[in-house]
Design a protein around this ligand. Structure first.
Ligand code: CA
Length: 224
């Protein structure tokens, strides 16, 4: 999948240069030349990573970062700063920045940092699967519906993990059996219905809306 990058930089020539370089690397890039339109862009179509100039007309890069973090955005943010602004780095870290490049920088340096942050973020995401208010942590094996922790058996966990890693896809009973119970499973495929029922009971214990839907005659799908 193409990573989407937001660049907010008021030096139009520099912005154009970065835009061309990033596009030729295959990134989908959107550009703003001032703080307010940068923040608006970040909110209307959330990017996978943001490159923010420090000094911007309207709203500083620092303020954009702060406001994104305040609304729960966890995207990597790389600041572009001029040499004489280096003293402000601490403020940037406080605002939730992930990295810096100092002007003048080589495009290779910027590209390397972008790659590193996107990779790190993808790895982080893979450990935690989320759908609506349901989340599952593959490392700690914790499952939450909203703020409510849900206690699952090993098989229930595996089944939910499989559903969560294929949101909105219809998973046939054969696929589920093969993936969750293994090729050599000799029992009755009704076991899936039984486990789906267990999962629903636990996930809907407080009247939460149904997320695991039956696709009649086929299998199951995780849907809103
Ligand atoms: Ca500037």
């Amino acid at each position: 999948m193409t990573a989407r990058i937001l660049l907010v930089e008021d030096e139009v020539k520099l912005a154009r240069f970065i835009e061309l370089e990033l596009s030729s690397e295959g990134y989908e890039i959107s550009v703003a030349h001032d703080g307010m339109s940068g923040l608006a862009l970040a909110r209307s179509s959330p990017p996978d990573l943001a490159i923010l100039d420090w000094m911007l007309p309207g709203l500083s890069g620092l303020e954009i970062c702060r406001r994104l973090r305040a609304t729960g955005s966890a995207i990597p943010v790389i600041f572009v700063t001029a040499k004489d602004e280096i003293g402000d780095r601490v403020a940037g870290l406080d605002a939730g920045a992930d990295d810096y490049v100092v002007k003048p920088f080589s495009i290779e340096e910027l590209l390397a940092r972008i790659r590193a942050h996107l990779r790190r973020n993808q790895e982080k995401e893979k450990d935690i699967l989320q759908f609506e208010d349901l989340s599952l942590n593959r490392l700690t094996r914790e499952v939450y519906r909203g703020k409510q922790a849900i206690d699952l058996t090993a098989k229930e966990f595996d089944l939910l993990e499989y559903l969560l890693s294929h949101p909105r896809q219809v998973l046939t009973k054969d696929m589920i059996l093969e993936r969750v119970w293994g090729y050599d499973f000799m029992g009755d495929s009704n076991i899936i219905e039984v486990y789906i029922r267990y999962l629903r009971l636990k996930l809907e214990e407080n009247g939460e809306k149904r997320l695991i839907h039956t696709v009649r005659g086929v299998g199951y799908a995780l849907r809103e």
